[in-house]
Design a binder for this molecule. Structure first.
Ligand SMILES: [Ca+2]
Length: 78
C-alpha cells in the first residue's frame, strides 16, 4: 500500500514535468508560473513531512510485510 502511494505520487510528478515540457514545446515558452507553484509544492513542509513519513514506512526489518513504524506498540500489548 505504501509502495502504491509512492508510485502514484512519483507518477504524478513525472506526468506534470512531461506535460510541462510538452506545453513548453507547443507554446514556445515555459510556463514559469506553473513551475513555480510546482516547486513550492515539492518543497512545502507538508510534502517534506509526507516524504519522511513514507521513507520511514518503507523500513521493514523483520520482513513480515508490515512496516516497522506501524508495528510500534504492538510488542507492548503482548
Ligand atoms: Ca515488520
Amino acid at each position: 500500500m505504501v509502495y502504491w502511494f509512492l508510485v502514484h505520487v512519483l507518477l504524478c510528478i513525472v506526468l506534470f514535468i512531461a506535460a510541462w515540457v510538452y506545453d513548453w514545446m507547443q507554446t514556445g515558452r515555459g510556463n514559469l508560473q506553473a513551475m513555480t507553484i510546482f516547486i513550492q509544492t515539492l518543497t512545502s513542509v507538508s510534502f517534506i513531512a509526507a516524504v519522511a513519513f513514507f521513507g520511514k514506512a518503507l523500513i521493514d526489518d523483520d520482513g513480515d510485510g508490515v512496516p516497522d513504524e506501524f508495528e510500534k506498540g504492538k510488542d507492548d500489548r503482548k
